[in-house]
Design a protein around this ligand. Structure first.
Ligand code: ADP
Ligand code: ZN
Ligand code: ZN
Length: 757
């Protein structure tokens, strides 16, 4: 309806008739919210409603972020929304989406897209809708009419005051009788009823008017995604005393959630998952919903499987391989309250519950909780925010908690494994002077696994065959044409691949620079290691798990094969160190364990410690015990020594002291700004401009520093390190928005990362 067609001037003075609508458009320049006039034709519009609105000559999908009584827009220019969609989002989630947008220096549309039903992201004008079928159900009056009785003065049609037809009594025509008979045994699709009764739709409508049947639009039976469980453990067990104590603490805090989240620090195999399961059940008993965040489900199907096994249909699983339709159906099951628990990776933090009581963050140290694209949110930080604003308890757990959580959360311990077994002894071996990738000690240990018919898990965080190829003649190293990094050789695929942009090319036989045929391969990746291990443990099988294999065969398939093999070796990247529970594993091996330490990153130590400790956690979970061998160039590295001693508390204490001295998180906050451009200069010029504005706001900033060219883009980086989080974020937001909207910097794009990983 065009502006002025309705009684807008009058309505304008009534309460709540202006809807403030944030349009869902990817354009950064379009700054909402915009005012729209609500008249009687759109009922029930509230914060969280999704509206189709006219916008200039276009129509856009938007979210109502506020209701107001007044508008600054002159009445004659106020227009009405065109339609309201069926789906709406609980108000606290709208606030959360907008908070994410601000906190992570993104746009409102992108923040809101996170909390909307799947498929309604930015740029969408028509969201996916559930298929809604018309269903007919018999009323008690209908049953009475069919049985030939008078509906004794109790006709629902009379009560609703709708039908003069109610007075006509229960006389039924043959078609009507047939239609009633069709629904006698239970609700049925309207189309089916009409077919069986040989009647048409108007017959059903007239039955409805007389109160004899109910017609309702229902969403088609939601499709339940299947979960590929890998030997998921079922059934409840008797809790250990430590588990019981933890659960008691959790239950008491469910009643009145404290300001501080809880941290369940328990060694690998200490039964943390069992505690989460019971905590979720306790929340459900109190009539509250729960969210369980897990690292990527494809990597840890066991954990999600345990929730489904224990809680059944109350669980919605947000698997990354769900179709859009399945996601949408699960979203509706949660929105309608049919599903009360959401298990999923980071995006599950936006599950559309309006009665949230508990958020569990499993393996809270896991880097996958940080989103890589804009908005670069951290699901753990969002979880803190959501728990605080919605009165829910946040329960994070890990064997290797982040220093952040160690400092800020209230800690509970599960000090030992449930079976009372000790953690496996860890031996560190130095690789200085070694030629091959496998140390003699490792070889011996693997040989023992082979002889005893046990299993081993071997971790090397580098996929492919060789790290890089260099020319023996001129020394030229084969690099990516889009990025300033070396290409990695993948032998089975017969190609060189860039791990940053996905560029592939065939393996060269001669040097492109000097024509020499002598090319040297350097460094071993998982592909080469797989061969090496096959030779050592044959005839036992070797299973490789890295993203190359995962793309082809699927993680679950590989894990299942390893699980069902009587013996063998699982080799791969960090994927093998996730929370798998394979009792027959008696040996864990980490190759090049200090590779991560060679990256210039303040989290390098934390990451190295966690990787080794988690891998150690895969070993010795069964009766035969276990051991761990760690190969490193520098066997004395602090993170490795602590990991070998299973001393998380000691490591974290030292780590926190170090970070405090340097104002690193959690004592200071980092914001990273990357400016990029296709030509080599604009990125740097833009970075200088951003820097000047941040400094002008009184916030110290480091850089610009050049980053290696990636995907054909030149990049310059700025880093803000500050103890004043809100001030730093605001300064960055204003600086980037100003420079980004300045035409002089039109050739540059900007990526802001708050709390970069
Ligand atoms: P975590 O999550 O701490 O690594 P899990 O919860 O996966 O540990 O527990 C490890 C194994 O011990 C699982 O197979 C689990 O079923 C089992 N388990 C957990 N709690 C108990 C218990 N109280 N008694 C016996 N077995 C248990
Ligand atoms: Zn050469
Ligand atoms: Zn590349």
């Amino acid at each position: 309806m065009p502006a002025g067609a309705g009684p807008s001037a009058v309505l304008r003075t009534l309460a709540g008739v202006i809807a403030k609508v944030e349009p869902l458009t990817p354009a950064r320049a379009l700054r909402g919210p915009f005012d729209y006039l609500l008249t009687g034709s759109l009922e029930d519009v509230d914060v969280g409603s999704m509206l189709v609105v006219p916008f200039g000559r276009r129509r856009l999908l938007g979210v109502v972020v506020d209701l107001a009584e007044e508008s600054d827009v002159p009445p004659e220019r106020l227009v009405e929304p065109l339609a309201a969609l069926e789906a709406d989002v609980p108000e606290p989630l709208v606030r959360l989406g907008l908070w994410v947008a601000r906190e992570y220096v993104s746009t409102p549309a992108r923040g809101l897209a996170l909390v909307l039903p799947p498929g309604t992201g930015t740029g969408a004008t028509r969201p996916v809708r559930p298929k809604r079928a018309l269903r007919a159900a018999m009323t008690s009056a209908g049953a009475a009419a069919l049985a030939g009785r008078d509906p004794t003065g109790e006709s629902p049609a009379m009560r609703s005051g709708r039908g003069p037809s109610a007075a006509r009594g229960p006389r039924l025509g043959p078609r009507q009788r047939a239609a009633l008979a069709a629904v006698a045994s239970g609700p049925l699709g309207a189309a089916t009823v009409a077919r069986r009764a040989g009647c048409d739709h108007s017959t059903l409508r007239s039955l409805e008017r007389r109160g004899l049947i109910r017609l309702e639009r229902v969403t088609e039976a939601a499709r339940r995604p299947r979960l590929d469980g890998v030997g998921a453990a079922t059934g409840a067990v008797a809790l250990t005393p430590a588990q019981r104590a933890a659960l008691r603490a959790i239950e008491s805090r469910l009643v009145a959630p404290p300001a501080r989240p809880l941290l369940l620090h328990g060694v690998t195999g200490s039964g943390k998952t069992e505690v989460y399961l019971r905590a979720v059940a306790a929340a459900l008993r109190r009539g509250r919903s729960a969210i369980v965040l897990v690292p990527e489900i494809a990597l840890t199907p066991q954990t999600a499987g345990r929730f489904v096994d224990r809680l059944g249909d109350a669980v919605a699983v947000m698997h990354s391989r769900l179709t859009r339709r399945e996601r949408y159906d699960e979203w509706w099951r949660m929105r309608r309250g049919e599903a009360r628990v959401c298990v999923g990776p980071r995006s599950a933090i936006f599950a559309p519950f309006s009665d949230l009581g508990l958020i569990v963050v499993d393996e809270e140290h896991d880097g996958s909780y940080k989103q890589e694209g804009d908005p670069r949110y951290d699901a753990r930080t969002v979880a803190e925010r959501r728990a605080a604003t919605e009165g829910a308890l946040l329960l994070a757990g890990s064997a290797t908690p982040r220093p952040e959580s160690m400092l800020r959360y209230e800690r509970m311990e599960l000090p030992g494994r449930v079976d009372g077994r000790r953690l496996p002894p860890v031996e560190i071996v130095g690789m200085a002077g070694e030629s091959g990738p496998v140390h003699d000690r490792t070889r011996e240990a693997l040989d023992e696994v082979r002889r005893r018919g046990d299993k081993a898990v071997v971790l090397l965080n580098r996929r492919g065959w060789s790290n890089f190829l260099s020319c023996r003649g001129c020394g030229r190293v084969r690099g990516c044409s889009n990025c300033d990094v070396t290409l990695v050789l993948h032998r089975s695929a017969g190609e060189m691949a860039c791990h940053h942009c996905g560029h592939r090319e065939s393996i060269p036989r001669i040097c492109g620079n000097c024509g020499s045929v002598s090319l040297a391969r350097h460094g071993a990746g998982t592909e080469q290691l797989e061969r090496e291990l096959e030779a050592i443990v044959a005839p036992a099988p070797v299973f490789r798990l890295d993203s190359d294999v995962a793309a082809a065969a699927g993680v679950a398939a590989v894990l299942r094969r390893f699980d069902s093999a009587p013996s063998g070796v699982l080799v791969g990247t960090q994927m093998v160190a996730k929370g798998h529970d394979f009792p027959a594993v008696t040996l864990g091996v980490v190759l090049d364990a200090d590779a991560t330490l060679r990256f210039p990153d303040f989290r390098a130590e934390e990451r190295t410690f966690a990787l080794v400790a988690q891998l150690a956690g895969r070993s010795g979970r069964g009766e035969r015990g276990g051991r761990v061998v760690v190969q490193a160039l520098d066997p004395g590295a602090r993170a490795l020594r602590h990991a070998a001693a299973h001393d998380a508390a000691g490591f974290l204490a030292e780590e926190l002291a170090r970070r405090q001295a340097l104002s690193y998180p959690p004592f200071g906050h980092l914001v990273r700004i990357v400016c990029s451009s296709t030509d080599p200069a604009p990125d740097l010029v833009a970075a200088e401009a951003v820097r000047a504005r941040i400094l002008a706001a009184g916030v110290p900033v480091l850089g610009p520093a050049p980053l290696f060219r990636r995907q054909g883009r030149h990049r310059s980086q700025l880093v803000v390190r500050s103890r004043e989080r809100a001030t730093a974020i605001a300064a960055v937001r204003h600086a980037v928005e100003a420079v980004a909207s300045d035409r002089a910097h039109g050739a540059a794009t900007f990526a802001v990362d708050v709390d970069p990983q």
